[in-house]
Structures are given as C-alpha cells and as structure tokens.
Design a protein around this ligand. Sequence first.
Ligand SMILES: [Zn+2]
Length: 174
Amino acid sequence: MRWLSSIDHNISNMELQTFTCSFERLSSREEVSPELQGLIDASIAAMKAAYAPYSGFSVGAALLLENGVIVIGNNQENAAYPSGLCAERVAFFAAGAQYPNLRIIAAAVVASSAQYTHGDPVTPCGGCRQSMLEYELKQQHSIPLYMISPTGEIIVSPSIKQLLPLYFESKGRF
Ligand SMILES: [Zn+2]
C-alpha cells in the first residue's frame, strides 16, 4: 500500500477565489457607545457566572436586541463532556426561544481562565460560528461581533458571515 503525503494541485489551471476577513481593533471599551459598553459589561457579568468546573475556562456572551433587551449566555459544562454548551450558543438559542422575531443588533463574547492567562480576545469555535450565522441569515442583517480580551482589547467583526467562509447552507451559496 502506498501512503500519500500530499497531493499537488496545479493552481495555475484553476480559478482561485479569495475570502477577505476584515476586523477592527479597539484598545478599550471606551471607544464604543454607552449602549455597546452595556453589552460588553453584560458579557463580562455572564462570564463570571459561567458553569465551567471541568475546563476552568469561563466564557460569557451577550446579545443586544432591537428592543434594547440584552440576552446573556455562558458556557454550561457537564460531567458527560459533550453534553455541555458554549456561551455563544446558550445566548443565541435563548434569544431565539424568547424573542424569535426580534433582530439581534450586536453580540459580545469574552473569556477568562482560572488556569492560565491569555491576552488575546476570545473568538468563537467553529460550531458556534455556524450556529450564530443561522440567526444572521434568518434576520437578513449583519450581526457585529465584539470579541473581548481580559485586558480590555476588543476585536470587532462586522458580521458573523465573514468568520465562516464556505459555511454550510442548505440552499447553497453560489
Ligand atoms: Zn463554541
């Protein structure tokens, strides 16, 4: 049996397409509106209430709805590991359940670890990106995502869509 270590493509004969991911870096929450500061504060409060006894990695998420209500979520872990859920999905599913017809204006996510320090803003896992995107597509309006570091630095993605190139969609994209 022959094992393949790589497959060479002749890219000169293919049409290359490129995805661009643009984001904004903010040095502190003072650079956003008071309304968004409230959203960020809500995500931090949610993070502090996370149930993360196994990973020690607490994540908080918060969504600002068009009526001004903030819906929060945090990671909920379980002794049977896969049965838990990420903070982002807890928040988005809660908003979908409680306010199914209200537009999500913005989202924030923040994390901290009891075991180690990390300085970078936290970014959602792939599963959460796909889940969050569903709501963005459903409401037909982009959802800016504020990703916050424990040191206060913030990365802002103008939409969920750009965080997940070639995302799965039942109707097809092209
Ligand atoms: Zn996740």
